[in-house]
Design a protein around this ligand. Structure first.
Ligand code: DQA
Length: 154
């Protein structure tokens, strides 16, 4: 497998994972991710360089996404939090920068009680969606993205 730079992006209210509503979002923080990835991908995990960016601000997320055009990022695993359901601006950004992107959610948004969470404005601009596996959603997203990028190279 080739080497890839993957950016994990977390949107609003995802800066305190492990502490925020653990009954929904679990007790594990992002620091557990490398170990999970190793469990999932074995030695291939070493081929993936992970960066992490979190912001509560829509504009900062868009600025960071735009920066991927010039900073060697191979792909993005994006948990846009509530902006998933509301941000046309984030969707517009993904539509034109065209970075390979996986949408990730810790909870199974389709099974949540609020109907609004079942709608994703960014969904049409991503390769695929992983939801409902807790922190493992990010690891699965990274693995799927790395395999997608690898296939594209071949
Ligand atoms: C979330 C689901 C969203 O509906 C919510 O607003 C979040 C987190 C998830 O990871 O399950 O902040 O994206």
């Amino acid at each position: 497998m080739k080497s890839f730079n993957i950016l994990i992006m977390n949107g609003p209210n995802l800066g305190h994972l492990g502490k925020r509503q653990p009954e929904i979002y679990g007790t594990q923080g992002m620091d557990n991710l490398p170990a999970m990835l190793k469990q999932l991908m074995g030695d291939n995990a070493g081929r993936v360089t992970l960066q992490h960016f979190q912001s509560n601000s829509e504009g900062a997320l868009i600025d960071r996404l735009e920066a991927t055009r010039a900073d060697g990022t191979s792909g993005v695993v994006l948990n846009a939090g509530a902006y998933t359901h509301t941000s046309l601006a984030l969707a517009d950004c993904l539509a034109w920068i065209k970075i390979p992107c996986v949408e990730a959610h810790i909870s199974n948004v389709l099974a949540r009680s609020e109907q609004l969470r079942q709608r994703s404005l960014i969904g049409r601009h991503v390769i695929g969606v992983v939801a409902g596996f807790g922190l493992m959603s990010y690891a699965l997203g990274v693995q799927a993205l790395a395999m997608h990028l690898q296939e594209r190279e071949e």
